[in-house]
Design a protein around this ligand. Sequence first.
Ligand SMILES: Nc1nc2c(ncn2[C@@H]2O[C@H](COP(=O)(O)OP(=O)(O)OP(=O)(O)O)[C@@H](O)[C@H]2O)c(=O)[nH]1
Ligand SMILES: [Zn+2]
Length: 370
Amino acid sequence: MRVVLSLSDDPATTQVERAIMEFRSARPVVIDQGAESALVIGIEDLDEAMSAKLEAIAGGHAHLVLPPARLRRLGLDRQVAGVVALPVVDRARIETLALKVDSRIDAPVRAVGAFDEDALELARLSLVLPAVIVVPLGGGIEVDPSLTRVPTAAIRDYRRAKAADLKIVSRAPVPLEGAPTSEFVVFRGGEGLRDQVAIIVGSPDLAKPVTVRLHSACLTGDLFGSLKCDCGDQLRETVRFMAQNEGGILLYLDQEGRGNGIANKIRAYKLQAQGYDTYDADEVLGFDADQRHFEYAAGMLKQLGVTAVRILTNNPAKIDALTKAGLDVISDHRVLGRPTAENVSYLASKRDRAGHYIDIEGLLASSIKD
Ligand SMILES: Nc1nc2c(ncn2[C@@H]2O[C@H](COP(=O)(O)OP(=O)(O)OP(=O)(O)O)[C@@H](O)[C@H]2O)c(=O)[nH]1
Ligand SMILES: [Zn+2]
């Protein structure tokens, strides 16, 4: 009898995960939809050798897919992605269109076709720049059979599948400064490329609304005390508050840079050093205001037995997401960092452009009193 070993219960998710790894390594993947296919590759790290190979198979039919935010920066009034023809695979032109500050559009922008949105989504999932080259694979073109292939349907379903496939993989007590009774519970799944962590501080009573914070990872602020944001203060203040007030659950979510990844956040910081605010800098890179999804965070809470929360946040999107996910949410508690010369315009942008509940004047007044 011949026994066949199947690699995964969920081959679609596995294919997307492989494609993400290829994209992050600047290698192309093939996207399939029915009998049609296209070769796609992110524009980051596109070297001369790869451009020449793409040119050879494209025969003048490659195109560049740009997200709506980037098209707006190029001078178009767009809410959806669009496509620019690439008669030649010219790296300098691609970089100008996808990344250069103050570029203007230099050719007609077509509506996206098959594969284009999926290729962009693959770039976003891979945390690389959201701009991709697509080469339709018509008759007569053969590509290396070892290239990773992924169906469009798998890409479209990936986020939902990862959010639904959330499981606890390990847990242990980790005493924290000021919160000696704390437990780290590690979940696999959700968004980003790493695990998610729930920190249970003290012994919260699950029969009552549990104090909860959804905290998006911020390497610069949480770990290094960056003065550019309020994250480190919020993180430590949350643990302190929970330890001193009947405990709580802090979700540390793999959403660095509002879901854009550390490399793109640092690209955005470079733009901020040139005068762009936090949202405009992200737009230059092709990102909308916020890439994060919080539904899976509600899934983590439910797995921990939580049904009602008192959320510590200033961000209305977090409150909405937990409410829509079916939790009872009390949202009367803000968590504020210290205003600094370097973060005050960031806090003001969050208040003015994303509707965060931040009383900057009050914060400034109380920090002067201290
Ligand atoms: N793209 C980008 N991300 C940033 C910037 N500054 C901080 N971040 C990220 O923004 C996120 C902030 O996360 P949180 O502190 O959980 O959330 P918030 O949306 O400010 O909401 P609350 O703190 O709950 O009120 C982190 O992922 C940071 O890495 C920036 O200038 N650009
Ligand atoms: Zn931060």
